[in-house]
Structure formats: C-alpha cells, structure tokens
Design a protein around this ligand. Structure first.
Ligand code: SF4
Ligand code: SF4
Length: 188
C-alpha cells in the first residue's frame, strides 16, 4: 500500500505560481511583439525587389567565369593545361582540349557548381590566370543539371573581367597583379 506524501499547496504559493506563469507569458509576448515591429532584415528569394539587389562583400566567391583573350583561338585565355581539373578536390571541372602548342585551347569546359566547395584552388593553380570566381550569387536551380556551367556560360560571365577576382586582399594573395613590362634599356 502506498501513502500520498504530497503536501497540499498553500493559497499564497498557488497565487505566486499563477502570477509567475502570467508574467512569463507576457514577457514572451513582449519579445515576439518587439521582433514583429522591427524592420525586416531578410528578403524573399528569388522573388526579390530588384531595387534592393544584394551587393556581395569584396572577396565573395560566387559563380565561375573564364577570362577572355580575343587574340587566342576560342577567344579565351585558357590553354587547356588541365591543372585546374587535376587540382579540384571535388572533381567538378571537365575540359576537352584542342590544338597543340600556342594554339591549344578548350573545346569544352564544364564546371559542376553543384559539386563545387568554392575552395578557390582552381583559380590559384591556373598558370595563365584564365579562370575566376565572380560575385554572381544567383547560382540556384531546381535540378542538378542546371548547375553545370558550360564553356558558353563561363565565357559570357567573363565579359568585362580583365583579371581573376581575389577572395582575399592582394597583399595576402598568392596571385599578384600583372607586373608592368620592363622598359627596353635602349629606349632610355
Ligand atoms: S573552387 Fe575548388 S571545388 Fe570548386 S571547381 Fe575550383 S577547385 Fe574545384
Ligand atoms: S583554366 Fe587555367 S588551369 Fe584550367 S585548364 Fe585553363 S589554363 Fe589550365
């Protein structure tokens, strides 16, 4: 047989419990109300107000681009050396090279940004600074297939980009700005 050891609650203790409970409910509602009235810091995506387009911070690593060189076959600086494809830890770069020597260029250049972890190694390893990450952040899609960038996408995004964009300040980067050509001594 068990005995009930629970003591009946005094009226004062009961009242204190009720007041304490009510105070915490009011406190919770005050927090909710305060946040509800605060200006919004989030926006709906992708149905945003174009006037409030987000501007990425310097160094943001977004979608890829290939840098142009109108004097080379294919109009790209890339020499299809495969260094970026080989270094990529996620194996998301696939290139088909064409031509030999100075004529070598990519016939196909695909990057699967769905696999990419934006480590920047491909940009760092490129011997001719032909590939870059850009601040383009609209890299969302409904199917994995839509996340594959081909040579035409990469070339189009490279329009107007003269040099790879650096994700860190120039003094901390392994990429250096192009050095001015040495003046011919005979000109002096
Ligand atoms: S940023 Fe990194 S993961 Fe993405 S393609 Fe380049 S090397 Fe591969
Ligand atoms: S982007 Fe650079 S590293 Fe990649 S294949 Fe072209 S030249 Fe080589």
């Amino acid at each position: 047989m068990t005995t009930n050891t629970r003591q009946p609650q005094s009226a004062w203790a009961l009242l204190a419990d009720i007041v304490g409970g009510a105070a915490s409910v009011i406190k919770g509602h005050v927090v909710t109300l305060r946040n509800w009235l605060r200006p919004k810091v989030t926006g709906q995506y992708p149905y945003r107000d174009p006037a409030k387009e987000w501007v990425p911070k310097p160094g943001y690593r977004g979608d890829f681009a290939l840098i142009h060189d109108p004097e080379r076959p294919g109009g790209l600086r890339c020499i299809a050396c495969m260094a970026c494809a080989n270094v990529c830890p996620d194996k998301c770069i696939h290139i088909i090279g064409q031509g030999k020597g100075k004529e070598r260029h990519p016939a196909a250049f695909d990057i699967d940004i769905g696999l990419c972890m934006y480590c920047w190694l491909c940009v760092e390893v490129c011997p001719v600074r032909a590939i870059t990450l850009t601040p383009e952040y609209h890299n969302v899609a409904f199917t994995p297939q839509e996340l594959i960038r081909d040579i035409n996408d990469l070339k189009a995004r490279g329009e107007g980009i003269a040099e790879p964009l650096l994700p860190v300040p120039i003094e901390r980067s392994v990429l250096q700005p192009p050095t001015a050509k040495k003046k011919d001594v005979s000109e002096a």
